[in-house]
Ligand binder design. Structure first.
Ligand code: URA
Length: 288
């Protein structure tokens, strides 16, 4: 029931708060039906990742970590782990032990010892992953940033706060899902993970996924989507649909929360994606 004793100022303040919350979640909107949400930034051409491509008025998909002003080395190439690259027969080879890990704790202990997971930034700590080990939804980002490295937990900085809000908007609690990254160590200057770093880290992540066995995987950002799907496609092409992932899982790709902080107009398509995610989760009987 409306409270007729409320001052107009309170009502206006409430309305402003409401609109600000909506804008934060869904991005800027316009009451002018002709002003459609921008499609330019979603076109594959405008998602060119080459440095300086914004000079021709295209909007480049931003790099995927929070403080990434120095990122100008976006990788264009797809990602194909080489068959036989890892010597699975040598028991002194860390890769040999991956499939022997039968719990997340065992895998975590192996990762702690695995220098192959390190980047060329010295003194970083392992950011293994966090959340419900029985999660039906797993969220996979790119690599830890400064705050994640400090706390040893993925998505705890500004992008993480937005991720929490997105999860909340589709009725997930952070602790219900499992969150990890393609890389388990922070790259220097928050640069993009190099193909060889992704390649070295991926077998650990794949084991982690198999130990959790989620019904759905949400890959946030182009690096995560390209690495997992092994596709050299723009995010525009990959998002908005479920992909088969290794014959066992369904994977949806969407924008990275850090990208949304810099390009709020991508919040709308992200909102569509995560609603799709929630629907599919419920259809598949995801718990909780
Ligand atoms: N960006 C990522 O991709 N992962 C994190 O954990 C934090 C920021």
């Amino acid at each position: 029931m409306a409270d007729s004793n409320r001052y107009p100022k309170d009502i206006i303040d409430d309305a402003i708060n409401f609109i600000e919350k909506e804008r934060e979640l869904y991005g800027d909107f316009s009451v002018n039906p002709k002003s459609k949400e921008s499609t330019q930034d979603e076109s594959p051409a405008s998602q060119s990742t080459s440095a300086g491509s914004s000079s021709n008025n295209t909007v480049t998909e931003p790099s995927l970590q929070e403080t990434s002003s120095s990122k100008n080395n976006q990788q264009e190439e797809g990602f194909t782990p080489q068959e036989g690259l890892f010597n699975k027969d040598e028991s002194n080879d860390v890769y040999y032990h991956i499939d022997k890990c039968n719990s997340l704790d065992e895998l975590n202990a192996l990762c702690q010892k695995a220098d192959v997971l390190r980047t060329d930034l010295e003194g970083t700590q392992l950011v293994f992953g966090v959340g419900n080990p029985d999660a039906d939804l797993m969220i996979i980002g790119e690599a830890p940033g400064a705050e994640e490295d400090k706390q040893g937990e993925p998505f705890v900085g500004k992008a993480g706060q937005l991720l929490n809000k997105i999860l909340d908007a589709i009725n997930f609690k952070r602790e219900d899902v499992y969150i990890a990254n393609i890389l388990k160590h922070r790259p220097p200057n928050n640069r993009n993970p190099k193909p060889e770093e992704r390649e070295r880290s991926l077998p650990f992540l794949l084991r982690q996924i198999d130990l959790i066995e989620p019904k759905l995987i949400l890959a946030v950002g182009k690096v995560a989507a390209q690495t997992l799907l092994d596709k050299n496609l723009s995010l525009t092409k990959m998002r908005g649909q479920f992909h088969d992932f290794r014959g066992k899982y369904e994977l949806l790709a969407t924008y990275h929360p850090a990208a949304l902080l810099r390009h709020p107009k991508w919040k709308r398509p992200t909102w569509k994606d995560v609603q799709l995610l929630r629907e599919r989760y419920d259809e598949l009987g995801g718990q909780p």
